[in-house]
Write a protein that binds this ligand. Structure first.
Ligand code: LMR
Length: 401
């Protein structure tokens, strides 16, 4: 039956983790996948999550969630994106379902786009998270690209981005990273977002925001939702993918949300019912545990403040790691400018686009056992002194993998 099946190409990000796990060197370091680590190289479970789990223990039944997932979790998640006092939420204008983290949210949206705008395309920034291409490819939505990053300035190529927005056919779909752009760490400024939003209005484009890192850009989830709030202020009907993988450290729980802002409540009900229809044959309904953790944290004021503190702690530590790497490189006499690495306009969030070429990355991996994606992206989670021998993968994760 399967004679025609060739091995698939390795995933550019998760393939790096596979290679890292297979490496027996005691000095190996993985700065590939975007998964936060503590000073000892261990995965971090937030205290607010541990407390929520303690409250769940013994009290959770294992019933199915509805196709659209946990209503409470979705409600709280919408407040994070659109604001506690959002009129859109108040008037029921947002169609939203729990999703299998950000990837699942993007995928359900891409299928929805194909089903109800079958002739549309999606404009994707260059570069972007590699899985975006897979997601819209598998949903059979043709892809176009728009300019985003300028390797010369190591910043945003705003002029070309705006040209692409202006030159795209009216009513085009654009994928935008709401904050902490993956992989470059380069975000538009607030004024630039306002200009982008204005131009989208003129061109009647649809903005789909992938917000995988809310809280990781500034340390404050409210501030990180600024781009979305600007678009909403301007009256756009946007879509949004949210994820708790990074900001709550719930990576393997696969908990997130897909939302689509509608004209009115009636439309929102219809859109939500269609999103559920897409979910049903794909995975039927989403998992319960992570959703419960999230809703416990977000509905308890003390746990929510603890979470906000912990998100800020992670964001600050990442900034510290980048500064430490720059300092080390400069002390070692590197002749290249590493200013971009600590410039908070140019580098925001978990990732740092180092500027290393694929060949240089290969050398880092083959000679020095440092694992990173071939586009030169460094996940700034863990850059401590390797000679202390503290940088091995977590043993439990090793066992699970
Ligand atoms: C990443 O970019 O490293 C993360 O979003 C993890 C993933 O699934 O690729």
């Amino acid at each position: 039956w399967w004679k025609n099946v060739e091995p698939a190409a390795k995933d550019p990000i998760l393939g790096v983790t596979e290679a890292f796990l297979a490496d027996t060197s005691p000095n190996k370091v993985n700065v590939g996948v975007g998964a936060y680590r503590d000073d000892n190289g261990k995965p971090v479970v937030l205290n607010c999550v541990r407390e929520a789990e303690r409250r769940i223990a013994g009290n959770l039944n294992m019933e199915y969630l509805p196709m659209g997932g946990s209503v409470k979790m979705v409600e709280e998640t919408l407040k994070l994106a659109y604001g506690e006092n959002s009129e859109l939420i108040k008037y029921g204008r947002i169609a939203a379902v729990q999703a299998l983290s950000g990837t699942g949210a993007c995928r359900v949206f891409a299928d929805f786009q194909k089903r109800f705008q079958p002739d549309s395309q999606i404009y994707i920034p260059v570069p972007t998270w590699s899985n975006h291409h897979n997601i819209w490819r598998d949903a059979h939505v043709p892809q176009r690209t728009f300019h985003y990053y300028d390797p010369g300035t190591k910043g945003l190529d705003f002029a070309s981005l705006m040209d692409d927005v202006k030159n795209a056919p009216d009513g085009s779909f654009f994928l935008l990273h709401a904050c902490a752009h993956n992989p470059t760490g380069v975000d538009p400024t607030e004024d630039q977002w306002r200009e982008i939003s204005y131009q989208f209005k003129v061109k009647k484009h649809f903005a789909f925001f992938d917000m995988a890192y809310q809280g990781f850009a500034s340390g404050d989830p409210e501030r990180d939702a600024k781009a979305i709030r600007i678009f909403i202020e301007d009256g756009h009907l946007i879509g949004c993918a949210q994820s708790y993988a990074k900001n709550m450290g719930l990576y393997g729980q696969r908990v997130g949300c897909l939302s689509i802002v509608c004209e009115d409540e009636l439309q929102a009900v219809a859109v939500k019912s269609q999103l559920q229809q897409i979910a049903r044959p794909m995975y039927s309904n989403p998992p319960i545990h992570g959703a419960l953790v999230v809703s416990i944290i977000l509905t308890d004021p003390d746990l929510k403040s603890l979470w906000l503190e912990e998100v800020k702690g992670m964001a600050d530590r990442i900034i510290g790691m980048r500064a430490a790497l720059r300092e080390k490189l400069e002390k070692m006499g590197s002749v290249i400018s590493w200013e971009h690495m600590t410039n908070q306009v140019k580098k925001i969030g978990m990732f740092c686009y180092s500027g290393l070429t694929p060949e240089q990355v290969d050398r880092m991996t083959n000679e020095f056992h440092i694992y990173m994606t071939r586009n030169g992206r460094i996940s700034s989670k863990l850059l401590k002194n390797r000679s202390k021998g503290t940088l091995h993968a977590n043993k439990t994760s090793d066992a699970l993998n």
